[in-house]
Design a protein around this ligand. Structure first.
Ligand code: SF4
Ligand code: SF4
Length: 361
């Protein structure tokens, strides 16, 4: 059974990873980006991806551009934005380390052409790992210029047990920049990609205790430079299995293939792998560890890589497919209301699952 897109809430967006090249080589990078790393999304293929999303009734018209560092392929980025903005009226967020904003004037001159091509938001990374390469001064220039041009500005901090948290980092921002920041989020490191090799295990926070959380499954699709797709905001989910390739397949066919997947819907319904862990516990002793995860995404990526555990969960959830689809759609609706400020985090309500009766409540 496929879920026709017309029945699914409009609210899906897409993040295109334009390049794996970066002028930084942060130890906590999940995608192994670094200077000289190859892998660039060609402009015509990026435009084909934009066409595909704009044809879907689920798409909300917003495109994020990320990397690597998108500013290293500035002309490329500008061309892709012009295409989406002029043809479809798309709006854009760009994620960046802000190293290009060396002076206030440079920041303004590089941002202005993007604003006229649909840029509405800048997401800037700032934490101790980025600061090994960049400066809070550049971040301050980027924040100030982006706000003066009418963009929203978000800062994202990734922390480990030994790194500084956002309150300390906020003091590093020059002048008025802190007052201009719209949102500042922080998240614990996820030890995959380069982070798995370069962040010491005792530096990874052991914080996740099975809580249901924020999950962008089926709401944000990430597209790698070679067109491979990941069904959430984490590019690394595509390493757990192939989901599809936007350069060679129709988006609707990819969506239809995964809409009824009980494993993905179990994650999307509970904001992380909460139900998969319940299923694994109900099945008896397994090799899957159930501690030491920094957050729900770390647990999710870890479990999904273990194909035998996933197969056991799939078998356990046989017969629950329709419930899980409906619950995931309900959860996606809530997430969208939360993201648009119509629900607070405290008002989010998740279902639960009784392992004895295999009933949801
Ligand atoms: S975390 Fe961001 S800035 Fe750091 S290497 Fe990776 S892509 Fe570059
Ligand atoms: S919990 Fe899993 S599916 Fe959801 S956002 Fe995190 S990695 Fe993606």
């Amino acid at each position: 059974m496929n879920t026709p897109s017309a029945y699914v809430a409009r609210g899906m967006d897409v993040c295109l990873l334009l390049t794996y090249e970066c002028d930084f080589a942060c130890r906590h990078c999940m995608c192994d980006c670094a200077p000289g790393r190859t892998g660039l999304m060609p402009v015509p293929l990026a435009c084909r991806a934009i066409d595909q999303f704009n044809m879907s009734p689920r798409f909300d018209g917003h495109v994020s551009l990320a990397g690597g560092e998108p500013w290293l392929v500035y002309d490329h980025m500008r061309e892709i934005m012009a295409y989406g903005c002029e043809r479809y009226g798309n709006t854009f967020t760009v994620s960046t380390n802000a190293a290009w904003a060396r002076t206030a004037a440079t920041a303004e001159s590089l941002l202005r052409p993007l604003v006229s091509r649909g840029l509405t938001a800048l997401q800037i990374s700032l934490d101790d790992y980025h600061l090994q390469y960049g400066s809070a001064q550049s971040v301050g220039h980027a924040v100030t210029a982006a706000k003066a041009l009418g963009c929203e500005v978000a800062i994202q901090t990734i922390y480990t047990n030994r790194s500084r948290r956002k309150d300390e980092l906020a003091r590093l921002l020059p002048g008025d920049a802190l007052r201009l920041v719209d949102t500042w989020t922080e998240g614990s490191v996820i030890p995959v990609g380069r982070a798995a090799a370069c962040i010491r295990p005792d530096d990874v926070p052991d914080e996740w205790r099975g809580a249901k959380g924020m999950c962008t499954l089926f709401l944000t699709w990430t597209v790698m430079p070679d067109g491979e797709m990941s069904p959430c905001c984490s590019a690394n989910l595509s390493e757990t299995k192939p989901f599809g390739n936007i350069f060679t397949e129709e988006l609707e066919a990819v969506l239809a293939r995964h809409d009824m997947d009980p494993i993905l819907n179990a994650i999307g319904s509970f904001g992380g792998p909460h139900l998969l862990l319940k299923a694994l516990h109900a099945l008896g002793p397994t090799d899957v560890r159930d501690r030491g995860w920094s957050n729900h995404c770390h647990a999710c990526l870890d479990i999904l890589r273990q194909h035998e555990a996933v197969a056991a969960c799939r078998e356990y959830l046989r017969g629950c497919e329709a419930d899980l689809l409906l619950l995931r759609l309900h959860n996606s609706e809530q997430m969208l209301r939360f993201l648009h400020g119509r629900l607070t985090k405290e008002q989010l309500s998740f279902p639960d699952f009784d392992v004895e009766s295999r009933q949801f409540y």
